[in-house]
Design a protein around this ligand. Structure first.
Ligand SMILES: [Zn+2]
Length: 317
């Protein structure tokens, strides 16, 4: 028996995650396949037949069988679709969206494995006969598998939706990746062939797990440490004595309670204008898009960076 490289890799990646040095998932690309109930298998392959293992796959206990079927849609058929073992309670056919179009089965829903209520059926053909299943045709929802221990190392829980960042020739971020945690699961991000091709990914590629907020570049509710520093009142020695003739330094910084943007686009400027605000506030190193500057000029909204505010000691009102 050879060295299980996949297992070694998962151990290393879980160790790296536990050490807080990056949460990387190995990618597993799922080609179209079917899971069969024992009764459906017998109808397709014969009463006395059984599944023959071709090779193990990453998820414990599951394997690719030598057996293949034809999936027949309204418009076309897909031949040599691999059967995965062992038998399942219900037959399930997993195809890509491209396959759904080719088959003439455009309504195929995106579902997690096993969530088959209300899904369409399809015709399957094997060497011993054909069957029409009433439900079970799906496009698999993107998901990631974790053992309980791996989930701990990665800081995720069962059912949680996370994002993953892809680097390389076609970089990008995949959102709404459902975490599936428990025994019977092994560290792997599962996507289908459409998604793999869109991001130039192959089996064994790495994807980085990121928190959804980071992926969407949404400004956190709480100000960043840098913004907090800028928000704190100036040193006491600089603060003038209050009195009837004291300078008009407001009691609160004018941006208190306002959002401080790290990325300012036209959208935020227009939203501020709609709220009748004359200023929008950005962090020191914020990215301001050209369209945001144009919109600010057109709406007469002033873009204020916190660094400028700091030097003026609030005297911007
Ligand atoms: Zn999976």
């Amino acid at each position: 028996m050879g060295i299980d490289e996949g297992r070694i890799r998962r151990l290393v990646l879980a160790g790296v995650a536990a050490a807080g040095e990056g949460r990387f998932l190995p990618v597993g690309v799922s080609a179209r396949h079917v899971h069969l109930s024992e009764a459906d298998f017998k109808a397709l392959f014969g009463e006395n037949e059984q599944l023959h293992k071709e090779k193990d796959i990453s998820q414990p206990g599951q394997f690719a069988a030598k057996e293949k079927v034809t999936v027949k849609g309204r418009k076309a058929s897909l031949e040599n679709v691999r059967v995965l073992g062992p038998f399942r309670k219900e037959t399930q056919v997993e195809i890509s969206l491209s396959d759904a179009f080719a088959l003439g089965e455009k309504g195929t829903p995106i579902r997690l494995s096993g969530d088959l209520s209300g899904t369409p059926g399809i015709t399957l053909t094997g060497p011993a006969g054909s069957i029409q299943i009433n439900a079970g045709l799906i496009v698999a929802e993107r998901h990631a598998h974790f053992s309980a221990e791996q989930a701990k190392a990665f800081g995720v829980h069962d059912g949680q939706k996370v994002s993953v960042r892809i680097e390389g020739r076609r970089p990008g971020i995949l959102e709404d990746v459902v975490c599936r945690v428990g025994s019977g699961h092994e560290l792997e991000l599962h996507i289908d062939t459409d998604e793999a091709n869109a991001f130039c990914l192959a089996n064994g590629s790495l994807a980085e797990l990121i928190v959804p907020e980071t992926g969407r570049m949404v400004m956190p509710e709480a100000p960043s440490p840098e913004a907090k520093k800028a928000l704190s009142p100036p040193e006491k020695k600089n603060r003038p004595e209050s009195g009837p003739e004291g300078p008009a330094v407001p009691a609160k910084p004018p941006w208190e309670g306002k959002e401080i943007f790290d990325l300012l686009t036209e959208q935020e400027v227009r939203a501020a204008f709609k709220r009748s605000e004359q200023k929008v506030y950005c962090s020191k190193k914020a990215v301001i898009t050209p369209a945001a500057r144009d919109a600010a000029a057109a709406c007469e909204v002033e873009i204020v960076r916190l660094s400028e505010v700091e030097t003026k000691k609030w005297k911007i009102e």
